[in-house]
Design a protein around this ligand. Structure first.
Ligand code: NAD
Length: 277
């Protein structure tokens, strides 16, 4: 018996990183998954976003668990694409029980040097994209008077971060959005919660700009990132964490174990906020 037996889970940004961990964890617990990601680069993001090969690998890992995966090349900035994914997912699986709004980007510059494109792309993906994703699944969840939405915020939804004001603004923003979604959907039996990951080892963080940030200078390396991860977290021996730690928390929130939990945000940060909060 799995915690999500017979459920259908829609995951944005599902091709890799935490999105892949959500897909595999949900499948392991009995769910079929609908995955969407973009295969096109967003110009202001100076690291590579997902590829078709990334998506194919996630599908392979889900199918290896004898669950079904329905992949889409779609952009959370485009309402029509999201609505089409939801319709196609319902046509294939009959229903959508869970949305994990996970897609996101991260870039870095002092706020006064940030370009309009950096700011706007961040807001469009990390904040408006979450609203659009929730908007796409909600009429169906209201019809069924059932559902769970999990939104990926960040510890930067609770505290500032040096030189990424736009990211911090969107990650604070989705917590407010989560609370409003939870309030408006509670009368329909639909829950909404968010998660604040600490430092997670994914392609978003295992790249030059994050290496440099943790090194404190340009030309940083992966070793600098891993070394910095230890002091980022309070919990003994914890550097950058595997994405499964976030998937396990979403699993709890999306399962009946959390049947009366709504409108909350859960830091999964190995005690990071104890050091800074
Ligand atoms: P990641 O870059 O591996 O995953 C993000 C995914 O979102 C990628 O596959 C990317 O292609 C996809 N994506 C980006 N823009 C999109 C768009 N417009 N439409 C559809 N898909 C899009 O990084 P990750 O760490 O797995 O990030 C997952 C979430 O976790 C993000 O919201 C991120 O902000 C958040 N987060 C990450 C960390 C960390 O340390 N890695 C910490 C806190 C929060």
């Amino acid at each position: 018996m799995g915690l999500l037996d017979g459920k259908t889970v829609l995951i944005t940004g599902g091709a890799r990183g935490q999105g892949r961990a959500h897909a595999v964890t949900s499948a392991r617990e009995g769910a079929d998954v609908i995955l969407l990601d973009i295969t096109e680069q967003i110009d202001s993001a100076n690291y590579a976003l997902a590829t078709a090969d990334d998506m194919a690998e996630t599908v392979r890992q889900v199918e290896q668990l004898d669950r079904r995966a329905l992949p889409f090349d779609a952009d959370v900035r485009d309402q029509q694409q999201l609505d089409e994914v939801v319709s196609a997912g319902i046509a294939e699986f009959g229903k959508i029980d869970v949305l994990i709004a996970n897609a996101g980007i991260w870039t870095r510059a002092p706020f006064w040097e940030m370009t309009d494109a950096m700011w706007q792309d961040m807001v469009d993906v990390n904040l408006t994209g979450v609203w659009r994703s929730a908007k796409a699944v909600t009429p169906h969840m209201i019809d069924r008077q059932s559902g769970s939405i999990v939104i990926t915020s960040s510890v930067n939804g609770l505290e500032p971060g040096m030189n990424y004001a736009h990211y911090v603004a969107t990650k604070h923003g989705v917590i407010g959005l989560m609370k409003n979604i939870a309030l408006e959907l509670a009368p329909h039996g639909i829950r909404c919660n968010s998660i604040n990951p600490g430092a997670i080892l994914t392609p978003m963080t295992n790249q030059q700009a994050a290496w440099d940030m943790f090194a404190g200078h340009e030309g940083g390396t992966r070793d600098d990132l891993i070394a910095g991860g230890y002091s980022f977290h309070a919990l003994k021996g914890t550097t950058f964490m595997p994405p499964e730690v976030i998937a396990n928390t979403a699993l709890y929130l999306n399962s009946d174990l959390a049947a009366t939990v709504t409108g909350v945000t859960i830091p999964v940060d190995a005690g990071h906020m104890l050091l800074t909060g």
